[in-house]
Design a protein around this ligand. Structure first.
Ligand SMILES: NC(=O)c1ccc[n+]([C@@H]2O[C@H](COP(=O)([O-])OP(=O)(O)OC[C@H]3O[C@@H](n4cnc5c(N)ncnc54)[C@H](O)[C@@H]3O)[C@@H](O)[C@H]2O)c1
Length: 437
C-alpha cells in the first residue's frame, strides 16, 4: 500500500461512532474514560501498552507503539453511536453487566451524556431482538441518507476533525454475496428497491464509505465483504476491515494451532463448546445468526494447519463449534475445548482448555486499537481492505486473490512491519541477520 501523506501527529478530535451500543461498545467507552481519569489501565490494547523493536537487536531501540507512530491520543476521542434501545451508555453498561458498578459510578456523568441515535434495523436480520428506537424511511437508500446526516451532525456538534465507525451491533443472519452486491450501481439500485439482499449493517457501511469514513466490522456479518462496498471504499479513499473480533476461544485457537503445527503434531479433532448469557448469546441462539458466527469460527483451523500441505497430520480432522445460551452466566462466559492430538508414531494425546473468559473485556481494547489504526490508515492515504489489521479478526478480510492469514504471530509480525514501513524503518524478518553483521 502506498503512503500518500507522511504520518504526522493528528490535530483535533476523533469521533468514534459505533452502530450498536451494547456490551462491547459500552465496555470500550467506559474503559477509555476510566483510563483517562486514571481509574484503570488499558490492558489488552496494543496501541496503548505495546512496544516495537526497531533496527538490530543490539540497537536497543524498542519504543512504545504510541510514541513511535502518530496515533490520536485518548484525550482527543469523542464517542457516539446508534442502537435500537434508547438507553444512554450508563444504563446500557449497567444492563450489560460486564463492568462492576463501582467502576461505572466513577464515570457515570460521562456515560449518561452519550445517547444513541435511532438505528437502522429490521428484525428479519436479527430474529431475537426488537426495539423501538428505530428510524423510519422509504427504503434502504433513504435510511442511508439519514445516517449520513447523523454522521455530519455528530461531527459538527462535537467539533470533530475526523470520524471512524466500528460495527459493534448484533450478529445478523447468514447471507451470501449475490448480483446485488457486485457493483456500486447494482447495490444502490437494490437499496432503492428495498431489496432483502441488503442488510442494515450494509446500510451503515454504505453511508460511512460514501462519506469517506473508515469502517471496521466487529461482527461476522457479510457487510463490507462484497465487491460493491470494497469498490466504494477505494473510490472514496476510505479504509475498511473485518470481520468478527478475535476474542475468547478463537483467540486461543489461533495461539495454540500454530504451535502444534510448528512441532508437526497431528490433529484428530477439536471440539469447542461454551456457555454465555449476554445479549450476544441470546442473538446467537437463533440458528440463522449462529450460522454466521459458525462460518467465521470454523475457517480458522483449516487455514492455519494447511491440510493440503500436511495430509498425514491434518487431513479430515473433526472440528465442531457450539455456542450455548445460558442466562445465569451473563457476560462471564466459560469455553471448553477438547483437542485430540497425535504425536510420534501416531500416539494419541489430549489437551483440555477451560477458559473462564470475559468476551467484552477481550473485545473492548480491539475496538480502541482498530479505531486508532483505521484513523491512521486514512490520514496516510491507505484505502480499501486493511489486511495488516487481520490480527484483530476471526475472519480477516483479504484481497480476493489471497487467502486470509489466521496465525496470530504472523498477523502480529505483519501489523508491526506495516508500522515500521509507515515510519520508514527496516522491516524485521527474524532471520537473525544481525549475527553476521
Ligand atoms: N464480545 C466479544 O467478544 C465479541 C467477539 C467477536 C464479535 N463480537 C460481536 O460484536 C457484536 C456486539 O457484541 P455485544 O456483546 O456487545 O452484543 P450486545 O447484544 O450486548 O450489543 C449489541 C447491540 O447492538 C444493538 N443492535 C442490533 N442491531 C442493531 C442495528 N441494526 N443498529 C444499531 N444497533 C443495533 C443491540 O440492540 C445491542 O444493544 C456482536 O455482533 C458480536 O457477535 C463480540
Amino acid at each position: 500500500m502506498e503512503i500518500k501523506n507522511k504520518p504526522v501527529k493528528p490535530k483535533g478530535k476523533l469521533g468514534i461512532l459505533t452502530p450498536g451500543m451494547g456490551a462491547v461498545a459500552t465496555t470500550f467507552i467506559a474503559g477509555v474514560e476510566s483510563v483517562r481519569r486514571g481509574l484503570a489501565k488499558p490492558i489488552g490494547s496494543l496501541t496503548q501498552m505495546g512496544t516495537i523493536r526497531l533496527g538490530k537487536r543490539t540497537d536497543n531501540r524498542t519504543p512504545a507503539i504510541k510514541d513511535f507512530i502518530p496515533l490520536a491520543g485518548l484525550d482527543d476521542l469523542v464517542f457516539g453511536g446508534w442502537d435500537i434501545f434508547e438507553d444512554n451508555c450508563y444504563e446500557a453498561a449497567m444492563k450489560a453487566g460486564v463492568l462492576e458498578k463501582e467502576l461505572l459510578y466513577g464515570v457515570k456523568d460521562f456515560l449518561e451524556g452519550i445517547k444513541p441515535m435511532k438505528a437502522v434495523f429490521d428484525q428479519k436480520y436479527v430474529k431475537k431482538l426488537s426495539g423501538e428506537w428505530v428510524k423510519k424511511g422509504d427504503n434502504w437508500y433513504d435510511l442511508a441518507q439519514q445516517l449520513m446526516d447523523d454522521m455530519k451532525n455528530f461531527k459538527e456538534e462535537n467539533g470533530c476533525d475526523r470520524l471512524v465507525i466500528v460495527w459493534c451491533a448484533s450478529t445478523e443472519i447468514f447471507m451470501k454475496p449475490t448480483a446485488a452486491h457486485e457493483t456500486i450501481e447494482a447495490f444502490e439500485k437494490a437499496m432503492k428497491e428495498n431489496s432483502p439482499e441488503i442488510a442494515p449493517s450494509m446500510v451503515y457501511a454504505y453511508a460511512a464509505l460514501k462519506m469517506g469514513i473508515p469502517f471496521a466490522n466487529g461482527a461476522p456479518n457479510l457487510t463490507i465483504d462484497i465487491p460493491a462496498l470494497m469498490a466504494l471504499a477505494r473510490e472514496n479513499s476510505a479504509p475498511i476491515c473485518g470481520k468478527d473480533f478475535k476474542t475468547g476461544q478463537t483467540l486461543m485457537k489461533t495461539i495454540l494451532a500454530p504451535g502444534l503445527k510448528a512441532r508437526m503434531i497431528g490433529l484428530g479433532g477439536w471440539f469447542s463448546t461454551n456457555i454465555l448469557g449476554n445479549r450476544d448469546g441470546e442473538v446467537l441462539d437463533d440458528p440463522e445468526s449462529f450460522k454466521t458466527k459458525e462460518e467465521s469460527k470454523l475457517s480458522v483451523l483449516e487455514h492455519i494447519l494447511q491440510p493440503e500441505l500436511y495430509p498425514a497430520l491434518y487431513d479430515n480432522f473433526y472440528h465442531k463449534v457450539r455456542i450455548n445460551y445460558y442466562p445465569p452466566r451473563g457476560d462471564t462466559k466459560e469455553g471448553w475445548d477438547n483437542i485430540d492430538l497425535f504425536g510420534w508414531l501416531g500416539y494419541p494425546m489430549q489437551i483440555k482448555i477451560d477458559f473462564l473468559c470475559r468476551d467484552s473485556i477481550l473485545a473492548a481494547p480491539i475496538v480502541l486499537d482498530l479505531a486508532l489504526f483505521m484513523d491512521l490508515a486514512q490520514r496516510i492515504g491507505f484505502n480499501g481492505v486493511q489486511e495488516w489489521l487481520s490480527f484483530y479478526y476471526k475472519s480477516p478480510q483479504h484481497a480476493p486473490e489471497l487467502y486470509p492469514e489466521h496465525d496470530l504471530f504472523i498477523q502480529l509480525m505483519k501489523l508491526k512491519n506495516t508500522l515500521r514501513y509507515i515510519q520508514g524503518e527496516e522491516m524485521i524478518t527474524h532471520l537473525g541477520q544481525e549475527y553476521y553483521d
